[in-house]
Design a protein around this ligand. Structure first.
Ligand SMILES: *Cc1c(COP(=O)(O)O)cnc(C)c1O
Length: 229
């Protein structure tokens, strides 16, 4: 990377982590760096600054970067929708999957998670604004899915993830975050080890943290705008 780009990346990363910590007011909060469409060199540069967790949307793109970055201490999260024919690759190559939304995936992931690896960390994706176009389960499906995951020793239920509808007014988004917080509290009542509520992106991560997010997924604010999705 060019010296100038490195400097920009470092300034952006320090600003996002500081803003996230300020919004959390002493609660722990984790920033996931969303590196889809960005080169391995950018990931390597952020990892060198101390960023550990990176999110990718597409399995093949992620596997190529993982091969380039073998040896870097990176925690890999898949945050894009998962097709059942990719479960094996995900179970073999990721630390976290944030988009479980149906029972079929649970059995497949458990079957393919290698014995020598730590259990695969899972978040249940919730379609909190009930959008036809979006992945995720309905809130009333969280309980049965959580029970299925908790019954699999090769999987570890960590919590919930959501992508609220891109509402122009922030108050609609705030209400969606608050509904997710309600789902999260309900889940924790039956699964007390659950610790992660993943919501909020570049545009609204501070709002999400104030509404209870423990993990925010930030891409363009760190790496710059994406030329393609
Ligand atoms: C791309 C993406 C992000 C990051 O979006 P930015 O607006 O660039 O921060 C977060 N979460 C998911 C699921 C994404 O696909």
């Amino acid at each position: 990377m060019q010296e100038q780009d490195l400097k920009l990346l470092e300034v952006a990363w320090r600003s996002v982590t500081q803003r996230a910590e300020a919004a959390a007011q002493g609660r722990p909060v984790q920033v996931l760096a969303v590196s889809k469409t960005k080169p391995a060199a950018s990931i390597r540069a952020l990892a060198a600054l101390g960023q550990r967790a990176f999110g990718e949307n597409y399995v093949q793109e992620a596997l190529a970067k993982q091969a380039e970055l073998a040896g870097c201490a990176i925690e890999w999260h898949l945050i894009g929708p998962l097709q059942s024919n990719k479960c094996r690759e995900v179970a073999e190559h990721f630390d976290w999957l944030q988009t479980v939304d149906r029972p079929k995936l649970v059995g497949l992931l458990a079957r393919h998670r290698p014995d020598g690896m730590a259990p695969l960390n899972l978040l249940i994706q919730v379609n909190i604004d009930d959008e036809a176009s979006k992945a995720g389960c309905q809130p009333d499906a969280i309980g049965p899915l959580a029970d299925a995951i908790a019954g699999e020793p090769r999987l570890c239920l960590r919590g919930l993830m959501a992508i609220p509808a891109p509402a122009p007014d922030l108050d609609a988004r705030r209400r969606a975050f608050a509904r997710m917080r309600g789902c999260f509290d309900a889940l924790r009542a039956s699964h007390p080890a659950v610790d992660t509520l993943s919501m909020g992106m570049s545009e609204d991560f501070e709002l999400a943290i104030r509404e209870g997010a423990t993990m925010v997924r930030v891409g363009s604010l760190l790496f710059g705008a994406r030329s393609r999705e």
